[in-house]
Design a protein around this ligand. Structure first.
Ligand code: ADP
Length: 189
């Protein structure tokens, strides 16, 4: 089902599907501007520092306090996730995941699935109700977006029957093409 919701006072088109009582959404936008979401997920680097892409957008919006809080938690390994506060972001938490570098960290599909599983595990442990993910690994880390989306949505579909706190999972895609890929896969799960 496609409907319009207000995000930052603008109407945004969002595809949604309810699976095992959990609402899964896909929309086009900026992960750092999801004000109605409790925890956003960072496609982090191992050192949990400000970088490019998602990590750059999140750290810029959060301010330097986020990097300070991250430093003692680094480094993390591919597939791992850690949680921090959200500082100046409009959310309560940031969950930082290190995705696999495609063609280098293997097996990349298992490591990418671990990111989604571990992020949702942290969300549950912290009684978080809503989580927004970017497309982890599909930027600088080179994971083809369609393959990454299959792993992401497949892992989430497998994980949601065991969730008791998380009731909304949003995918925030940066481009229209990436949104379309995720919508196609979501409509078939
Ligand atoms: P990785 O290093 O894990 O590949 P990137 O941050 O380079 O992570 O990119 C992951 C995906 O997020 C890419 O598809 C990229 O286009 C997208 N992206 C980049 N900036 C943002 C943003 N501000 N909000 C949402 N998605 C973004």
């Amino acid at each position: 089902m496609i409907k319009n919701i207000p995000v930052k006072n603008q109407e945004v088109s969002v595809m949604e599907k309810i699976l095992s009582g959990v609402k899964i959404e896909c929309l086009r936008g900026d992960i750092a501007s999801q004000e109605d979401i409790e925890a956003i997920v960072n496609a982090a680097n191992a050192q949990l520092r400000i970088g490019g892409g998602v990590a750059g957008a999140i750290h810029r919006a959060a301010g330097p306090g986020l990097e300070e809080e991250c430093l003692p938690l680094a480094p993390i390994k591919p597939g791992e996730a850690v949680i921090t506060g959200a500082h100046n972001l409009p959310n309560r938490y940031v969950i930082h995941c290190l995705g696999p570098v495609y063609g280098f960290d293997k097996p990349e599909d298992k490591l990418l699935a671990d990111c989604y599983r571990n992020a949702l595990k942290l969300a549950e442990e912290n009684r978080i109700e809503s989580v927004a993910f970017p497309s982890i690994s599909s930027g600088a880390f080179g994971y083809p977006v369609k393959e990454a989306a299959k792993v992401a949505l497949g892992t989430i579909t497998e994980t949601i029957p065991g969730l008791s706190h998380v009731s909304k999972i949003r995918f925030v895609l940066f481009s229209e093409e990436d949104l379309k890929v995720h919508e196609d896969i979501l409509s078939n799960v």
